[in-house]
Design a binder for this molecule. Structure first.
Ligand SMILES: [Zn+2]
Length: 224
């Protein structure tokens, strides 16, 4: 569960690809429309373009695309947004949610993380939105690495060495964002992603890795 259409690729796509290969049903839940990330030559109806880019990336992985359709820069832990995400969780029925860390740089990322934590708890509460049947139990919750790894102490790593090419193919679907590489307030995404999976891989003793923390609170921990 991420804020923007290209966040999965940067932070967790390799792990999702491993889960998919092992037989899991996987979905990307993207909360914001991506409507404000314009390149220097503006793209008409950018939200629709970015939705198409995210759908193409999800298809490469074999994932379902679920969307919150909220405007960029306006995500917050509100009752309205919780209710929308709870309905999404009750539709897809995840056993594990992967969400942005509270230490991440972008306000939408931090809001998405807070929403994921609340909604993945209340989605199993029968008294909350009784018009949708609740999940049998709360899904597990993992916090993702932060963009550029700032302020994030990994709890564990997932070896994604086999899925590096797929991560690049998926990122390459996001042409409207890759077009921003020369913008003053933007960083070349391929470099950001490669630096991160390589550094986390070096820490874990493999070619490429993604880092996570388990949300280790009562009723959210799992015995495997
Ligand atoms: Zn983002």
């Amino acid at each position: 569960m991420v804020a923007h259409p290209d966040d999965c690729e940067l932070l967790c796509a390799g792990t999702l690809a491993r889960a998919r290969r092992d037989g899991a049903a996987v979905a990307f839940c993207v909360m914001c429309k991506g409507d404000k990330g314009q390149p220097s030559t503006p793209i008409p109806d950018l939200a629709a373009v970015r939705r198409g880019e995210a759908a193409a990336a999800a298809k490469l992985l074999g994932a379902e695309l679920l969307t919150g359709d909220f405007p960029d820069g306006e995500l917050a832990d509100t009752t309205e947004m919780r209710r929308k995400l709870i309905a999404i969780y009750r539709q897809f029925k995840p056993t594990l949610v992967i969400a942005h860390s509270a230490a991440d740089y972008h306000p939408d990322h931090r809001a998405a993380g807070a929403l994921a934590e609340a909604a993945s708890w209340f989605c199993a509460s029968g008294g909350y939105m009784p018009e949708h049947p609740p999940l049998q139990s709360q899904p597990g919750l993992w916090w993702m690495d932060t963009i550029n790894m700032s302020g994030f102490e990994p709890g564990f790593f997932v070896d994604v060495s086999e899925f590096v090419d797929l991560k690049h193919q998926m990122l390459n679907c996001h042409k409207s964002q890759l077009a921003r590489w020369q913008d003053r307030d933007f960083s070349p995404l391929e470099n950001v992603m490669k630096t991160q999976y390589s550094a986390r891989g070096a820490q874990a003793g493999v070619a490429a890795a993604e880092a996570f923390q388990n949300h280790s609170v009562w009723k959210r921990m799992r015995a495997w």
